[in-house]
Design a protein around this ligand. Structure first.
Ligand code: ATP
Length: 438
């Protein structure tokens, strides 16, 4: 079964509101093995809405519309549906709906405004769908072979109406046929390299179908399989396993966990603790770690050492090192990590120092330059492990990417990935910034 979703409203096309209804509806349809093939958003224009409904109905089995059922002149979904379902015939008043709308107003001690009568109108061939949370009833009917459902825009009204009146109508004729989805995520490998590693797994005619997307620097492989329930579930498992293998060691969070959750779980499992020392991320890394419930099991705390003086006072970073290499340098990152380890008594420490911009960059150290070091008690005799990045993006993106790269570096250390495993946005270090013993 193929579905389309049509969202209506000037506030959506003008960018004043974000269309969350389409995403929510698609996810609910996918749970019912129905593939959504199109999301369309239209402004409050009767002709355009009617044309959209007519066209989508020729290509889909189910069309779900949200919005435009209110009482005002710019709410035109009802009229547009009438233009397509019963062209040339006026909309009819639905007496049951009219009484219901009037009862809502009388229960609030108010008289129903005339404009609300409009909400009881429906095309002659359509039926009303009760809306227990608002005054706008929904509509259901057919356009050719396509079943059309029109629901109010506010999510708190639309969602219960979907469950009560749309979902029961969408039982597929072949209950043993399912649509299953899964996703695998990785950080540190660019999307094109990640896609190359998947090879023919990404062929567009495959079932399971695999596609990649990037969101906040995390690359996702989205898997979709359609078919017999047992076969589909085996296919999903095998495809997930193949992608995880292809993306090793960058792949994380097999259960959908964030990098911080994944690393936290490893620390908990190894009964070791973590401290952080942050400069340009200003506590962002600590926040990511503490976002995870029960992070107190392994997270000791953090030092936000933004100034050079704080780096020296709290983390014992020698002033000479800062004078020689600058606060944004590998030696200082490593000294911060070692200092955090010493001052906190943690088993592992991560340190970040960089230039988040928009100002402060130079030719040698452009905005986005970040040095990240990790140190561990067991490594006391060895230098901390550190990397030099140049992250693209604005102040927000640079700090977010830096915190994620830091977590991935610690993750690599915990799973004992080779130290030279490259990470996206890593830069070759300049000779003047080579490591010094910690
Ligand atoms: P009513 O006017 O009776 O509230 P309606 O069906 O006319 O219902 P709209 O006027 O189109 O709905 O939208 C009302 C509000 O619902 C919007 O201001 C917005 O907050 C929310 N909304 C509408 N469409 C969407 C959507 N696609 N995704 C998320 N929110 C939406």
């Amino acid at each position: 079964m193929r579905a389309a979703i049509l969202s209506i409203g000037d506030e959506l096309t003008l960018g004043q509101n974000v269309d969350t209804n389409s995403a929510w509806l698609s996810a609910r349809l996918a749970e019912r093995s129905i593939i959504t093939v199109e999301h369309r958003t239209l402004c409050d224009d009767r002709q355009a809405i009617a044309a959209g409904i007519a066209e989508l109905a020729t290509r889909c089995d189910v069309l779900i519309i949200s919005g435009g059922l209110g009482p005002t002149a710019d709410d035109l979904t009802r009229e547009a549906l009438g233009d397509v379902m019963t062209p040339g015939i006026a909309l009819e008043i639905d007496d049951v709906a009219l009484r219901y709308i009037a009862s809502i107003f009388s229960s609030r001690g108010r008289e129903m405004p005339r404009s609300n009568q409009k909400q009881a109108l429906r095309p002659a061939s359509a039926r009303m769908l009760p809306n227990p949370h608002g005054t706008a009833p929904g509509l259901a009917g057919e356009v050719g072979d396509c079943r059309v459902f029109s629901l109010p825009g506010p999510p708190r009204e639309m969602q219960p109406m979907f469950f009560d009146h749309v979902a029961p109508q969408l039982i597929t004729t072949a209950p043993d046929q399912v649509l299953l989805t899964a996703q695998v995520q990785e950080f540190g490998m660019g999307e094109s390299v990640a896609a190359e590693r998947l090879g023919d797994l990404m062929d567009r005619n495959n079932n399971p179908l695999v596609g990649t997307t990037v969101s906040d620097a995390i690359v996702f492989a989205r898997i979709r399989v359609h078919g017999d329930a047992r076969w589909a579930s085996t296919q999903i498992e095998q495809t997930v396993a193949r992608i995880e293998q292809a993306w090793h060691p960058y792949v994380f969070g097999s259960t959908g966990a964030t990098l911080a959750e994944d690393v936290g779980e490893m620390l908990r499992h190894s009964k070791t603790t973590l401290a952080v020392a942050e400069s340009c991320t200003g506590g962002w890394l600590g926040k990511m770690i503490v976002d995870v419930p029960k992070s107190s099991d392994y997270f000791i705390g953090g030092f936000v050492t933004y100034s050079n003086a704080m780096k020296s006072r709290w983390l014992d970073v020698p002033q000479l090192l800062i004078d020689q290499h600058g606060a944004v340098s590998l030696p200082v990152a490593e000294a911060m990590a070692t200092g955090a380890l010493r001052a906190s008594g943690a088993d592992h420490a991560i340190a970040i120092t960089g230039i988040a911009g928009p100002d402060g960059g130079t030719v040698l150290k452009p905005v986005g330059t970040v040095h990240i070091a990790i140190a561990a008690q067991g490594r006391a005799q060895r230098a901390p492990h550190s990397r030099h990045f140049v992250f693209p993006g604005d102040r927000l993106a640079i700090r977010d990417r830096a915190a994620k790269a830091a977590l991935q570096m610690l993750r690599f250390a915990l799973i004992e990935a080779p130290e030279n495993t490259p990470l996206l946005w890593e830069a070759a270090s300049r000779p003047s910034e080579s490591r010094v013993p910690a």
